[in-house]
Design a protein around this ligand. Structure first.
Ligand code: IPM
Ligand code: MN
Length: 351
């Protein structure tokens, strides 16, 4: 297969972790007889510095015409501490999600047998956890009307959803549930929010089309608590944009490190694959960041192309690196810590 992949390294540790995902993907392509044409493009603070814009039109062209986008991370502290900044790197990510129509963000949470004891949660609670969040990604409070009034002394952000936006996300949830354990949890705050009541009503109306799927409805605050107490109660969870943002960071604790969690953003055409972690500016340029979340995102990319053996080859080698202690300092616990680039080299060599 010939694959054109847009490569958006972004900010902070983005370029370093992306390099490792490229090494590993190239090794997989070579082994299985594929050809990957990587097309680098600017995004984030790096793009603001170069062209004054975090998601330039030229980058969008490259992404829209690619078979997939592999993305590193976005964000820079010099913007975080400046609430008055007019352009921010994160706007690039949001614009990209919107312009590429990436409405469904798939964020799996699973444990690695060799890392169970690295989680701050008890082994018996988290062992066997295997759940997937489907986070709505192009609506809700992230994209609603916002502003200031009262001479700047009052601020507002609004959460808006249309029935159609809920339906297309929920459809992906039902379909995924059918392929898994046929359990679907709709996470909302329908006891308070009107937008949540629309979610619940819409999902309830879809239940008849998927009679085999057992649907539960839970409030987000309760899920936040139960998720870390009884993660095995969950399988597929669907939720709106902000709830999904928060719950998936929380869920990453189950696996032991945020540096391990991949994601896929699916839309109408091109899909995007990225780690759920941020740009980790303190580590940028030090060759110490954990590249596995990005490498596992590349595995999700191969899956999306229907290349299941290729994806499995990546997951297998990642498990092997964890089992053999070829890990970066976030996971090394006093033992030898490998550099980001060394982990990438090892994975590529062992594919
Ligand atoms: C994520 C990130 C982004 C989000 C930020 C960087 C805008 O936290 O992908 O989860 O909030 O969606
Ligand atoms: Mn987030």
């Amino acid at each position: 297969m010939k694959l054109n992949i847009a490569l958006l390294a972004g900010d902070g540790i983005g370029p370093e972790v992306i390099d490792q995902a490229v090494k590993v993907s190239d090794a997989v392509a070579q082994k299985f007889g594929h050809e990957i044409n990587w097309q680098p493009a600017l995004t984030g603070a790096a793009a603001i510095d170069a062209v004054g814009e975090p998601y330039p039109d030229e980058t969008h062209e490259i992404c829209a015409n690619a078979d997939a986008v592999l993305f590193g991370a976005i964000g820079h502290p010099r913007f975080d501490n400046d609430p008055s900044a007019k352009v921010r790197p994160e706007q690039g990510l949001l614009k990209m999600r919107q312009k590429l129509g990436l409405f469904a963000n798939v964020r799996p949470t699973f444990t690695f047998p060799s890392l169970i004891d690295k989680s701050p949660l008890k082994r018996e609670r988290i062992e066997g956890t295997d759940l997937v969040f489907l986070r709505e990604l192009t609506g809700g409070i992230y994209f609603g009307e916002r502003g200031r009034k009262d001479d700047g002394n009052t601020a507002f952000d609004t959460c808006t959803y249309t029935r159609e936006e809920v339906q297309r996300l929920a459809k992906k949830g039902f379909e995924l549930a059918m392929k898994r354990s046929k359990r679907l949890c709709c996470v909302d705050k329908a006891n308070v929010l009107e937008s949540s009541r629309l979610w619940r009503e819409t999902v309830q109306a879809m239940e008849k089309d998927y009679p085999e799927v057992e649907v539960s409805y839970e409030f987000v605050d309760a899920v936040a608590m139960r998720l870390v107490q009884w993660p095995n109660d969950y399988d597929v969870l669907i939720t709106e944009n902000l709830f999904g943002d928060i719950l998936t960071d929380e869920a990453s604790v189950i696996s032991g490190s945020m540096g391990l969690m991949p994601s896929a953003s699916l839309g109408t055409k091109t899909s995007l694959f990225e780690p759920i972690h941020g740009s980790y500016p303190q580590a940028a340029g030090k060759d110490i960041a954990n590249p596995l979340a990005t490498v596992l995102s590349a595995a999700m990319m191969f899956d999306q192309f229907g290349l299941a053996d290729e994806a499995e080859a990546i997951r297998t080698v990642v498990n092997k690196s964890l089992a053999e202690g070829v890990v970066t300092e976030d996971l090394s616990e006093g033992a030898k810590a490998y550099k980001t680039s060394e982990v990438g080299d090892w994975l590529a060599a062992n594919i």
